[in-house]
Design a protein around this ligand. Sequence first.
Ligand SMILES: [Zn+2]
Length: 65
Amino acid sequence: MPIYRYICPKCGEEQTFLMRMNEENPKCPKCDVEMEKQIPRVQLKGTAGSCNVSCSSCSGCFSRS
Ligand SMILES: [Zn+2]
């Protein structure tokens, strides 16, 4: 399941959520405004194999059969 980072445009609060596609954006618990989804640039270690493309930065994708 994809993990997305959301950042509150108002206070900068950063949170991560397990989200499905087409799910509404979560709201900041402090400000009650919609948080903005951040596009992950780097695959975190420990999530190897979670991406569906053969990326060179994610060793798990290649070793995974
Ligand atoms: Zn906020």
